[in-house]
Design a protein around this ligand. Sequence first.
Ligand code: ADP
Length: 495
Amino acid sequence: MPKGFNVLFVSSEVYPYSKTGGLADISNSLPQALNSIGNEVRILTPKYGQLDERRLQIHEIKRMKDLSIEFNKKKHKFSIKSSFIHGKNTKAQIYLLENNDFFKNKGIYQNIRTKKDFPNNDERYMFFCKTVLDVLEVLHWKPDIIHCNDWQTGLIPAYIKTLYKDHPLISDIKTIFTIHNLAYQGNFAKSSFNKTGLPSEAFSDETGMLNGKFSFLKAGLAYADKISTVSEKYALEIRTDKNYSCGMEKLLTKRKNDLVGILNGIDYNVWNPNFDKLIPYRYTNQEIPLKYENKRELLNKYKFEYSEDIPLIGMITRLVDQKGFDLIVESFDELMNENIQMIILGAGEEKYQKFLLKMKKKYPKKLIVHIGYDEELAHMIEAGSDIFLMPSKYEPCGLNQMYSLMYGTVPVVRNTGGLSDTVNDYKKKDGNGFLFENYDSKDMMKAIKLALKIYLTDKNKWYDLIRNGMSHDFSWKASAKKYTALYKNIVASRK
Ligand code: ADP
């Protein structure tokens, strides 16, 4: 195996320690995939108040206990604890930052109790970014690269290039900043910048300022040595289309040569219908009829009728504008007019939760709604549905359409971002799903009706679509190789 790179992978969510979305899954799988091809990747993340140390096998590291750091003119105590994430033949070490001033409460970005964003999220992640660097002095392990993810880690590149630019240990460490979603920017009041301890020249329209606010994300994009995002199409969209660039077009155009798109993979240890412990009937692409046994079980659970002639449409999603919910609301009655059943698992904005619960009352025989977060049900929906709907306004990569393809659940998606890079139009030889172009409920309904028609009238074609999806390689292998090439490129620039 070729000698790889030492990489500190910094993320605010890592499954199974914390998760609000895809970032957590990726922060678990990508480091392991990178390790399996010869890199040494270690993860660093906050230890949030809700984490159960015993269940998650989190241990103390004696020499990293009760350390202290000066941040925003005060001394703060912290400890670094350790644990491991495992796959079948892969693993990665994870460090967890414990601190009572910022990460003691239960919740990741929101307080679990009040369901409101923590009012000091700026300080929480400033402290996190600063501490990541100070930890390196006591870690006795030096990364070649710090791989930063999303706004919560945006200040790390800025600190390295300014406050730490002459630091004997840190100054030559390179950074990659991966955008998992450009719309979440960590923008705070201008005054917030003063708490960072960064020199004032780090704070300009070219670097940390966005429309009069101090932006963690912009700082990351300005100071990182390389920028990546999670699909090629999204990399293009955020640079060239104002509907996607969220105010960053100028900066991203300037950094065009440093921006690449690398598609996420999926974790086959968790998402594979042949081994999935959370579904009653496991199956391969040679055993598609078993998929229908899962459908029967899923419908049974809710006392719904099972029929081969009634297609079941599934959705698993955050209930937010990004995921296309205004289109769903607009066309819901028309959708329910079709001879279908539908199951929606999601949590998020109150208005959409209310809407879905209202629709559940209106269509009690057709619609199953589960508000909340439920890993097991998510697996059952992927295995039991015929069609998966994902009409996103934008989609950096998207995981659920890939899970759906793996599980033989044919996706109907909008032609954007990672959906575009993974779903092939049904008409093509390697077709595996249905795409619609414009963000428009009529276009969405047209695509859904087409899928329903083929499901009901052309079983051979439908099975082809299923098999094409199930036989595609969505493993992390290819992406891990691309990230390693990027690491190589960036480390070479150091010499
Ligand atoms: P995003 O990160 O934008 O939410 P992705 O498709 O990249 O979208 O990833 C979403 C991840 O979160 C998937 O693993 C999906 O199964 C999971 N997920 C989202 N909502 C729920 C839910 N309500 N219950 C269980 N899993 C969910």
